[in-house]
Ligand binder design. Structure first.
Ligand code: F6P
Length: 341
């Protein structure tokens, strides 16, 4: 069998573990040939690839990022993109393509699958918002990084009697904010699923100081928004792909809290540090299992499918189903946490 693999969209700790696993299972166990496209779908569209053998994936299990590179280019965004991708797959004699990616990548994978290409998807995102899998690799690493940062920020916040407003990733969902906030014992957490009330947030933080506490930590997911009319709020426009930019919520909240409470408040934007560096053991194991199962699915001819974790098992789910909706945090998870507004 000849398999093409690519990593597309925002990078994520564990991508290299999937690539390595695909090569190990395919090349060593099945005697397949594997090629890796550079920079996501762009590599497939431009026929830019390299052969992946055991040497190529040596020592990458613990490495962050992706040895293949990534981009946000999507075949549907380019004139004739789908036809071009089909042509290259035929020219290269590929029997299977394994795209590893998040929401946008999997939508493109579904489109190409519907156009007749033999696709087995692997979900990834630190945001953990892919509906068909219980967990995506990268999430555990991001939560671990954010939790460590929150632990560290507590000591400096306390020294200065400050409010620290810490922005974590999560454009549509509050998974990272919820888990890191719970793990670090944050005093308030705001998430995209529930527009927050600024008066309520102010009271929550203010009551802490009134009770004699010396500091407060507020965790805010980058996609969180205030309830209509609850504060002046400026959005930051879109990037060159038309995606909403998230550059403002922690800044705006810290200014507003400082003004309302008369307490020093500072913003901290953790940003891409949550996506960089070595994956946790959990993420390496999940990524490795996904890679192994993707190769097996390809050998069974199970195309148009996605690897998914359900409970402790890896199963295959239809790509079309996987891209229907995002996995938001269920409301009861917020109730349990007791720190989410
Ligand atoms: O989707 C993963 C993610 O890390 C989001 O949490 C974040 O909004 C986005 O990617 C950032 O993307 P970029 O690297 O293109 O700025």
């Amino acid at each position: 069998m000849r398999i093409g693999v690519l990593t597309s969209g925002g990078d994520c700790p564990g991508l290299n573990a999937v690539i390595r696993s695909v090569v190990h299972r395919a090349v060593v166990d099945h005697g397949d040939e594997v090629i890796g496209f550079h920079d996501g779908w762009k590599g497939l569209l431009e026929c830019d690839y390299r052969k992946l053998d055991l040497d190529a994936v040596g020592g990458i299990l613990a490495r962050g990022g992706t040895i293949l590179g990534s981009s946000r280019v999507q075949p549907a965004h380019l004139v004739g993109g789908v036809e071009r991708a089909k042509g290259h797959v035929a020219d290269l004699g590929l029997d299977a393509i394994i795209p590893i990616g998040g929401e946008g990548t999997l939508k493109a994978a579904n489109l190409l699958s519907e156009a007749g290409l033999p696709i087995v998807g692997v979900p990834k995102t630190i945001d953990n918002d892919i509906a068909s899998t219980d967990v995506t690799f990268g999430f555990d690493t991001a939560v671990t990084v954010a939790t460590e940062a929150l632990d560290r920020l507590k000591t400096t916040a306390e020294s200065h009697q400050r409010v620290l407003v810490v922005e974590v990733m999560g454009r549509h969902t509050g998974w990272i904010a919820l888990h890191s906030g719970m793990a670090a014992g944050a005093h308030a957490v705001v998430v995209p699923e529930r527009p927050f009330d600024m008066d309520e947030l102010t009271s929550r933080v203010g009551e802490r100081f009134e009770a004699g506490k010396r500091f407060a930590i507020v965790v805010v997911a980058e996609g969180a928004k205030p309830r209509e009319g609850s504060m002046d709020f400026k959005t930051a426009g879109t990037d060159i792909y038309g995606h909403e930019r998230f550059t403002g919520i922690a800044n705006q909240l810290s200014v507003e809290l400082e003004r309302r409470l008369g307490k020093e408040a500072r913003p901290v934007i953790l940003g891409h540090v949550q996506r960089g560096g070595t994956p946790t053991a959990y993420d390496r194991v999940l990524a490795t299992r996904f890679g192994w199962h993707a190769v097996e699915a390809a050998h069974r001819g199970e195309f148009g499918m996605l690897t998914a974790l359900r409970g402790t098992d890896i199963t295959m789910v239809p790509l079309a189903q996987a891209v229907e909706t995002l996995k938001t945090v269920p409301a009861d998870r917020y109730d349990e946490a007791e720190c989410v507004l």
